[in-house]
Design a protein around this ligand. Sequence first.
Ligand SMILES: Nc1nc2c(ncn2[C@@H]2O[C@H](COP(=O)(O)OP(=O)(O)OP(=O)(O)O)[C@@H](O)[C@H]2O)c(=O)[nH]1
Length: 360
Amino acid sequence: MRLLQTLTRLVFGATPKMRRVMAYWASTALVYGFCLTIVAHEQAAGAVPASQANLVTALGVASLLVFYILLRCAPRLNIANWKLALRQAQFAIIFDLVLYAVLDTLRGAMLIGLPVVIVFCAFSLRPRQTVVLSACAVAGLAATMTALVLSNPAHYPLYNECVYFALTTFGMVSVTAITGELHRLRGQLVEAVDTIRTLATTDELTLLANRRHMNDLLALEQSRRAASRQHVCVALIDIDFFKAINDKFGHAAGDAVLKSFAREAGATLRSGDTLARWGGEEFLLLMPDTRLDEATAVIERMAARIAAMPVADIDPSVRITFSAGVAASLPLERFDQAIHRADEAMYRAKANGRNCVLAA
Ligand SMILES: Nc1nc2c(ncn2[C@@H]2O[C@H](COP(=O)(O)OP(=O)(O)OP(=O)(O)O)[C@@H](O)[C@H]2O)c(=O)[nH]1
C-alpha cells in the first residue's frame, strides 16, 4: 500500500495541483493511445504503410513523454500552466490532422479529436486564445482536406470532405462558444466564493475577523502549537462606558467609535497577531509566539494609541479607553480556558476603575 502511494507520488506528483495537471495528461495519453491503436489496426489491415504508421506512433509517444517531463518540471522551470496547455493543444491539433491524412477508412474518427482538444483547454486558456486555436484548427483541417482531394480525388471525394468539414466546423464553433461561457461562469463562481469567504470571516462593521473566523484560527493555532510548544497569549478587550457613548452621541457615533478602534488597534499589532470582534464592543486578540509580559506591553501600547484617537461624530474632548484582561495559554491547555481567565482578568480591570490592562 505504502509502495503504491510512493509510486503514485513519484509519477503524478505530491501536490493536488500537480495531480490535477497529471490527470489531464493521463486523459490525453488515453486519447493518443486510442488513436495509435487505430493506426496499428489500419497498418495490420494493409491500409496504412508501415513506415507512416511507425513514424506517427513514434511522434505520438515521444510527444507524450516530452509533455510529461515538461509538465512535471513546470513549477521548477517556472513555466506557466497555460503556456504548456497551449503548446500541448497546438501539437494535438497538428497530430490529429496528420492522422486524418495518414489513416484510411477510419480517418473520420479523427475529426472528433479537434473539439476534444478545445474542451481540454476550457480551464487553462482564455476565451480569445481558444477562439484563435479553434480557427487555426478549422483552417488546418480545410488545408488538409484540400490537399487530400487535390492529390487523389477518387479516394477523397470532394462531396464527402465538404460534409465532414461542415459538420466538424459546426462542432468546433459550438464547443468554442460553450468553453467561452464556461470561462465566464467560472470567473463569476470564483468572485462569488471570494465574497462568501469574506462575508463568512469578516465583521461587517469593523472589517476585523469575526467570531467564527477567530474560532477557526484558534483551532488552527491549537494544532500548530501542539507541535511547537511555543508561548501563545490571548486578550479580551472591552471598550469602557460604550453604552454612554451610544446614549449621548447616537448609535451611528457608537459605530464610528468601533470602526476607529478597529483601525487604530489593528495598526499597533505585529503581523502574526489577530484581532477579532468577539461581541458588541468586545474584542479578542490572539498573539502567537508571545510571552505574557510582551503581550501586556502590546496592549498597553494599543491603549495609549486609542486614548489619543480622534473620532468623528463625537465631542473631541471625549477620550476612548478600554479595559483588558490578558492570559498566557498554558501548554496542552485548550484556548477557551485561557480566554475564560482573560475574561475574568478583564472584569477585574473593569472593577478596578477601567482603563487598565490586567494579566490573569
Ligand atoms: N453603536 C453600536 N453599539 C453597540 C454595538 N454592539 C453593541 N453595542 C452597544 O454597546 C453597549 C454595551 O454596553 P454595556 O455592556 O453596558 O457596556 P459599557 O457601557 O461599555 O460599560 P462597561 O463595559 O462596564 O464599561 C450596549 O448599549 C450595546 O447596545 C454596535 O455594533 N454598534
